[in-house]
Ligand binder design. Sequence first.
Ligand code: ADP
Ligand code: MG
Length: 620
Amino acid sequence: MIMAKIGINISTGSLQKAEMIVGIDLGTTNSLVSIIHPETGKPVALKEFNTSSLVPSIVHFGEHGDIVIGEEARQYLESDPQRTIFSAKRLMGKSYNDIKENESFFSYKVIDDDADRLVKVQVDNKFYSPIELSSFILKELKKRAEHILKTPVNKAVITVPAYFNDAQRQATRDAGKLAGLDVLRIVNEPTAASLAYGIGLNKEEEKTIAVYDLGGGTFDISVLRIAGGIFEVLSTNGDTYLGGDDFDKAIVQYWLTQYGITTEELVNNKQLVQALRLRAEEAKKQLSSHDSFEANWNGEQLKISRATFEELIRPLVDKTIASCKNALKDAGLAADEIDTIVMVGGSTRVPAVKNAVSAFFGKPVHDEVNPDEVVALGAGIQADILAGNNKDFLLLDITPLSLGIETMGGLMDVLIPRNAKIPTKAGRQYTTQKDGQGSMRIAVYQGERDLVGDNRKLAEFNLTGIPAMPAGLPKVEVSFLINADGILMVKAKELRSGVEQEIEVKPQYGLTDNEVEKMLLESITHAQSDMQTRALVEARTEAEQILDVTEKFLSKNAALVSSEELAQTNTAIQSLREALASEDKDLIHKKVEELNEISRPFAERAMDEAVSGALKGKKI
Ligand code: ADP
Ligand code: MG
């Protein structure tokens, strides 16, 4: 055990220099770090004596360029909203277009001058990307961890929501890099939570679990299948704008009406509003273990009972249950097919939430591990696995949409189908369309439609330096590799000459859940017409190829063909050209076959590799 070799006693702080891999939960509301305790072998969340392990994911920029993070930054939420950045995680890998309908949520300036590019946040005259903002939080976590462990911390595992796409995962990785951390693995939050419960650590075990994660501002439900130490995400659902903050708001609202406080009174006193919000959160937390709450605020005696609170939040809790239903539906499972329900996120401490979830699934929920820390603890376990203690573990995710490349006629040729488990790889051979073609454009798309124009382009590059060869002769192998973090590498290699090119696909910005859903829906509604279009495009492509090859053959090898054959061929060519002008794929096929019938012996006669080569294989 590498971890055990690092002789650090975190209670006494006795140090020994060695490499440390930490697990980090980079949350929307709170972030924290965990490690495997060198003595107990159990994961622990790092904290300074007498403080909380949670670091609020908030960055405050002072007027004079000073930056504070965490609890200290939180004090400025109401009093200095334009310089206090919270929920940066929501902006990761997003463009302004992605978030514009929720813009009012952000009390700071999210710039919109180029709606398609990645968003930036403006503070005074400076611009910060969400990656930089997250890196400030990670830097702070790194600093704290180093202070507690008294050893450098340079390597980490960071968790992300299961629905995070490539761009968002990449952004998280980049934030780590910027903070001086080598991010060894990006792990799904529900996977980490399961690990913290020890689920999946036994290879024999097969289980279907639901992870219910209600944090400060987001709700996620994930259904996972765990078998042979492999975690597979069967479905995810949730609400990116629903969480414990909404519980606080409901209490504030209740008090405002209950005590006749008008909002005008508060408009000009941010400090007062801040105090009221904090009181509401305090009340909520107390009501998780008490029947009532009472406190003083601005000379007013504020009260709320647990029963009232439960009534206030019922619609919100019901919404989460509706999401659970949808997640089960997507996974094709009934509630009683879920073996274990794991509770994650500070807001699952609310008894009414626990009861509702337990009632829905028809069994008790697991909440023994601290719900604020459970994700970080799992990340710590994963870090330990990466440190070499559990080598044969593999964490699997799935690709939300199919990945492929554009082939002739604008068709989508899928290399990795939707829902493929990752890590995964796939490869296929392609050839050139024209004689002497020296380069080949490889355009990578994501989506379910048959025409690339209807899908989303991820990247494009040119494989250059292909030596001059007749059309159809080069063999270009295109391979896709998705690593365990969900990052796609695309490689193209011309096998005869060995020229190759490789790119890492980093999309400009990611797709929102809604977009993924929309793309899937469209692929279903358009399935019929897509199939017809594809068949027609394929028929046309094939026809153009055979026309090209035949005409080329005739112009070069007229001597090998009798005049009778020539006349026959020309007639067949003519009628194929006429068929091509139509939308009738069957007619095109028929005419292709007729021309094929006549020209096949030519190819044999000439033994021209270019001809036979061109008659098979897809072309880009
Ligand atoms: P995130 O995953 O979004 O970073 P957390 O899991 O840290 O968030 O959850 C934070 C939320 O949990 C906050 O809204 C906080 O008020 C709430 N919370 C923390 N403790 C309690 C408690 N004892 N009772 C109810 N809510 C709580
Ligand atoms: Mg969380």
